[in-house]
Design a protein around this ligand. Structure first.
Ligand code: NAP
Length: 258
């Protein structure tokens, strides 16, 4: 049985009720995990209020600002977890960013700043958070990140984010190889296209979803809840033998040649 009772889970990347991280947080909670939630702070505190209101029914015992571009916020997040929980079992990395202008048109037009920012937020952050989580996962743990097929094949307009996801998937393998001896598993879920704040920045996202609905074996795309279920599985003992993998939760789209 999928049981996460007694597990402490830190979930990043909840922006609103469409976020994949929200689907994951709900499934982890349902399986019995105690939640910690981070949000991206803004000057007016609007995101904080919005995310707090959304996650309140799941009773997170830790709720903290964490901009992954800010090392001191990362450090204080994990210091608080050490104080409050004394350990960490599960880390969900469900965040990415590229500027809208770099998610359309010609890939060769990607600016140096845009490329660097996309890689820092979407790719490097996994390694940085894993490093901070490692000492707290002294009894072992599970780290799950979110990727997309555009990191393996060319998908129109995905551009710099495809390069970032390729780096992310390779980071999963290097982290899994390193952290395996500490009983820490690291995996990625490659989700099918879902309408969210982040995906709405990709030019033509609705066409991508329509195409998947036509071509995928299940003739539809996936939901946040389905991705959440798979994440809960990867975080549970049921997946105890799985690490360094990319699990496709995409209604089967990845297997199709045409
Ligand atoms: P989302 O709801 O917009 O989530 C993206 C999250 O990243 C937001 O919470 C955003 O915060 C956060 N973020 C951006 N910059 C950050 C920073 N510097 N520090 C901390 N957090 C930051 O969109 P989503 O679709 O659920 O995306 C979650 C993950 O799933 C991403 O890795 C995405 O690439 C991946 N994914 C999505 C799809 C899809 O079709 N939606 C498919 C496959 C994979 P703010 O919103 O507050 O800026």
């Amino acid at each position: 049985m999928l049981d996460l009772t007694g597990k402490k889970a830190l979930v990043t990347g909840i922006a609103n009720n469409r976020s994949i991280a929200w689907g994951i947080a709900q499934q982890l909670h349902q399986a019995g995990a105690e939640l910690g939630v981070t949000y991206l702070p803004d000057e007016k505190g609007r995101y904080e209020r919005k995310v707090r209101e959304l996650v309140n029914p799941l009773n997170p015992s830790v709720f903290l600002p964490c901009d992954v571009q800010n090392d001191s916020q990362i450090e204080s997040t994990f210091e608080t977890i050490a104080q409050e929980w004394g350990k960490l079992d599960i880390l969900i990395h469900s965040l990415a960013f590229a500027s809208k202008e770099d998610l359309s048109g010609e890939f060769s037009a990607t600016s140096r700043e845009g490329f660097t920012q996309a890689m820092e937020i979407s790719t490097y952050s996994l390694t940085r958070l894993a490093r901070a989580a490692k000492p707290l996962m002294s009894e072992g743990g599970s780290i799950v990140t979110l990727t997309y097929l555009g990191g393996e094949r060319v998908i129109p307009n995905y551009n710099v984010m495809g390069v970032a996801k390729a780096g992310l998937q390779m980071s999963v393998r290097y982290l899994a190889a390193e952290l395996g001896s500490h009983k820490i598993r690291v995996n990625a879920i490659s989700a099918g296209p879902i309408r969210t704040l982040a995906s709405s920045a990709v030019d033509g996202i609705l066409d991508m979803i329509r195409h998947v609905e036509e071509v995928a074996p299940l003739q539809r795309t996936v939901t946040q809840q389905e991705v959440g279920n798979s994440a809960a599985f990867l975080c549970s003992d049921l997946a105890g033998g799985i690490t360094g993998q990319v699990l496709y939760v995409d209604a089967g789209y990845e297997i199709m040649g045409m």
